[in-house]
Each structure stands twice: as C-alpha cells, then as structure tokens.
Write a protein of this length. Sequence first.
Length: 32
Amino acid sequence: AGHCTGLTAEAELLKAYGRSFKKLYSGMVIEL
C-alpha cells in the first residue's frame, strides 16, 4: 500500500510540475 501511495504522490507532483512548467513556458514565449 505504501508503494502505491508513493506512486500516487509522484503522479500528483508531476501534474503540478507540468502545470507550473506550462505557465512558465507560455510566459517565456510571450516575452519572446
């Protein structure tokens, strides 16, 4: 069960990271 929880947390982290990365990326594109 602990392993599954770790995987879920990792997936959530990746989702959150993907959102902030997209925000950062679009900000850079707008500046260019």
